[in-house]
Design a protein around this ligand. Structure first.
Ligand SMILES: Cc1cc2nc3c(=O)[nH]c(=O)nc-3n(C[C@H](O)[C@H](O)[C@H](O)COP(=O)(O)O)c2cc1C
Length: 234
C-alpha cells in the first residue's frame, strides 16, 4: 500500500466483525512495529496477544465489569481532564461533541442489528455508541496488549512510537485497528489470562481486525489545522 494511503487510511474503528487476525499476520505486524526507534535502542516493549476464545473470555469479563459500573484502575495513572492544558482540553471537548452525537445503534453493524431484533435494539437505546462499543471492547477478535517494566517517560515515548508503527503495519496488511485505554481499564481481567507478570505494567491495548458497516466506523476525527501547532523560523 502507498505510504500516504496507509497513514491517512488508519483511523479508530469501534466495531469489528470479530474474526481473529491469523497468527502469521500478527507476527509480521509486530515484527515491523519492532523497527520503531527507541531511546538508546531500549526497545522496552513487550507484546501479548489474545485471539479467539481467549479474547472472548476477556471481553465477557470486561463487559460484565463495565455493566456493573466497576471503576477503572489502570496501571498507568489517568489524568483528570482539568489537568490538561487549554489546547488539549479544547480538542478533547471537540472529540466528545463529535462522537457523542452517535447513538448506540451507530455502533452496530447491519448483520448484528438484523440478528438482534427490535426488542433487543430498543434496550440499547439508552447508550451512546461510544459507551456501547467500548464496553464490548469493540467486538474485536484480536486484542494486542503492550506492557513496560518501568513507567519512565522516555519508555512511554518509545512505546507510543511502537504503537503507531503497529497500527500502520496492520493497515498496510489490510487490517483496521483502535488503540484504547478501555483495554487496560481492569488489568486483573487481562494479566492472569495472558500470563503477564504482576510487576509488569499494562500500558496500552489495541483491537485489530476488520471493520463492520456500523456507522460509528465512518467517524473521522477532526484535526487542528497545521498552522495551529507548527512554528517554523529561519
Ligand atoms: C492512548 C490512547 C487511548 C485511547 N483510548 C480510547 C478509548 O478508551 N476508547 C475509544 O473509543 N477510543 C480511544 N482512543 C482513540 C482516540 O479517541 C482516537 O485515536 C482519536 O480520537 C483520533 O481519532 P482517529 O484514531 O480515528 O484518527 C485512544 C487513543 C489513544 C492514542
Amino acid at each position: 500500500m502507498d505510504f500516504d494511503q496507509v497513514v491517512r487510511g488508519r483511523h479508530s474503528v469501534r466495531d469489528f466483525d470479530g474474526r481473529p487476525v491469523p497468527e502469521k499476520d500478527i507476527r509480521a505486524i509486530v515484527e515491523e512495529a519492532g523497527l520503531a526507534p527507541s531511546s538508546a535502542n531500549e526497545q522496552p516493549w513487550r507484546v501479548y496477544v489474545a485471539r479467539g476464545d481467549v479474547a472472548e473470555k476477556i471481553r465477557i469479563a470486561h463487559e460484565k465489569a463495565d455493566m456493573a459500573g466497576k471503576s477503572g484502575h489502570a496501571d498507568v495513572p489517568v489524568f483528570h481532564r482539568m489537568d490538561y492544558g487549554p489546547q488539549a482540553r479544547r480538542n478533547m471537548d471537540g472529540f466528545g461533541t463529535q462522537i457523542g452525537s452517535y447513538s448506540a445503534r451507530a455502533a452496530l453493524g447491519s448483520r448484528e442489528k438484523a440478528r438482534m431484533g427490535a426488542d433487543a435494539l430498543a434496550q440499547v437505546d439508552s447508550f451512546s455508541a461510544m459507551a456501547l462499543s467500548n464496553g464490548r471492547l469493540f467486538n474485536a477478535g484480536t486484542f494486542v496488549y503492550l506492557t513496560l517494566q518501568q513507567l519512565a517517560p522516555w519508555s512511554l515515548l518509545d512505546l507510543g512510537a511502537f504503537e503507531q508503527t503497529l497500527a500502520l503495519a496492520a493497515k498496510n496488511l489490510g487490517y483496521d485497528s483502535i488503540v484504547a485505554y478501555e483495554f487496560i481499564r481492569y488489568p486483573e481481567e487481562v494479566k492472569p489470562v495472558l500470563g503477564i507478570p504482576n510487576d509488569e505494567l499494562l500500558v496500552m491495548g489495541m483491537g485489530i481486525g476488520h471493520a463492520t458497516d456500523a456507522r460509528i466506523n465512518d467517524v473521522h476525527m477532526r484535526r487542528m489545522p497545521v498552522d495551529e501547532y507548527l512554528t517554523i523560523r529561519g
